[in-house]
Design a protein around this ligand. Structure first.
Ligand code: HSE
Length: 424
């Protein structure tokens, strides 16, 4: 007879409900793979009076999970950072294996948890890109490689919004409320559109790929809130699509990490990742490019990842959470934001009169920035013009100085806007 493994679920919302249902509906295949019956012994929720579509015992007392010696695995699906961290610690202190989908908490506390856990397993496959097994790919599948670069569409909501804006000419706010209705967005959707959710995920991937312990404030994180139809038209004209990308690149012993809207060649595979889907390209020094595509949000996709962790934990193949059993001899360090290099698109709104373009060009030339493409368009605003540039490769430092100087010109009528261009 197969043994029972008991589980406690903290947070029975969209993902928790899917976990419970899949465990029941796909019971046979899951127990065959795990070699044990998975029993959800208790779910903990804040508000017991709110109706839940699950048939498991529910409680609003979290200690009923921690104090229950029969519960082997705790699944934390409640969200938030510090409170979730305290709960994760408590689970480990009570010697229970932990599974979490909480990327915000992991962005800050993944190394703390790894230290506390020692040999207690922690699964977090669901924290990055929902149903795509990217954590296991980086931790195990690509273990022979130095990861040269990683580029991913890590947030489904923002990809959905951009796809609706580019393909359907839909207004930003309409696309956002549609994404919320479809259940893709975070409880606080600003985290989806300001790039922070994607930033959290990139930091987790960077730990697995490079052993880098960086926090959100250490890296460039920008969102999609300021993209407008001029940017989309410019991108179209020059053969680009606009995606919110999480990018990691290794050069020597340094790694650059950044999340921002990016113009990428329309023919790249990742440019074809549309709607709420996520996609990641990982380049290993030996394997070459590998691609991962799938649903990055939604109950069932995320629950699929949670259950993959349950199976792995039951099988007993635990290893250190972040995939490095020892520190590498030559540890990698985080590249400073200012020294990151890129091509840039710049959008300006300026007074349309002689000499304005010359002033702008002179600032660019002073900062050693060379223009590779240029488009001037009429603006609805009287006597003004939209000026759109693309640059050759330069540094964040040079572009920052250039924008600061351009902003000071009397002829500039609006906050300049930049989008980075990835040409390789
Ligand atoms: N809100 C996230 C997204 C889903 O839109 O991708 C969970 O990470």
């Amino acid at each position: 007879m197969m043994k029972n493994i008991n589980i406690g679920v903290i947070g029975v919302g969209v993902v928790g409900t899917s976990v419970i249902k899949i465990l029941q509906e796909n019971k046979e295949i899951i127990s065959a793979r795990a070699g044990a019956n998975v029993v959800v012994k208790k779910g903990v929720i804040r508000n017991l009076s709110k109706a839940r579509d699950v048939n498991i015992p529910l409680s609003d007392n979290i200690d009923e999970i921690f104090k229950d010696d029969e519960i082997d695995i705790v699944i934390e699906l409640m969200g938030g950072v510090e409170e979730a961290y305290e709960i994760a610690k408590k689970a480990l202190q009570n010697k229970k294996a932990l599974i979490t989908a909480n990327k915000a908490m992991l962005a800050y506390h993944r190394y703390d948890l790894q230290k506390i856990a020692k040999d207690i397993p922690i699964g977090f496959e669901a924290s990055v890109c929902g149903g795509i097994p990217i954590i296991k790919a980086l931790k195990d599948g690509l273990g022979a490689n130095h990861i040269l670069a990683l580029k991913g569409i890590l947030n489904g909501t923002s990809n959905y919004i951009l796809t609706q804006m580019i393909q359907e000419n839909q207004d930003f706010n309409d696309a956002l409320s549609q994404a919320q209705k479809l259940g893709y967005a975070e409880a606080d959707p600003s985290l989806d559109i300001n790039g922070i959710d994607a930033g959290h995920k990139l930091l987790i991937l960077a730990s697995l790929a490079y052993g880098i312990d960086a926090k959100p404030q250490d890296i460039i994180i920008e969102g999609i809130e300021s993209i407008n139809s001029d940017d989309i038209e410019f991108a179209n004209e020059f053969g680009y699509s606009i995606k919110l990308l999480g990018i990691a690149k290794k050069e020597g012993n340094e790694v650059e990490l950044r999340v921002h809207p990016t113009m990428i060649n329309k023919n790249q595979m990742i440019a074809k990742v549309e709607g709420v889907m996520n996609g990641i390209s990982v380049i290993g020094d030996r394997v070459g490019e590998t691609l991962y595509y799938g649903a990055g949000a939604g109950g069932d996709a995320t629950a699929s990842a949670v259950i993959s962790d349950i199976i792995e934990i039951i099988r007993g193949k635990s290893s250190l959470m972040l995939g490095f059993e020892n520190s590498p001899h030559t540890p990698l360090s985080l590249k400073s934001k200012d020294s990151i290099k890129s091509h840039y698109y710049i959008r300006l709104l300026a007074i349309d009169k002689p000499g304005v373009l010359a002033q702008i060009a002179s600032i660019m030339s002073k900062n050693n920035i060379s223009i590779s493409a240029f488009l001037q368009k009429e603006s609805k605003q009287k006597n003004s013009a939209k000026i759109l540039f693309a640059t050759h490769v330069t540094t964040e430092y040079a572009i920052k100085n250039t924008i600061t100087e351009i902003k000071k010109l009397d002829s500039i009528l609006q906050e300049p806007y930049i989008i980075r261009i990835e040409d390789e």
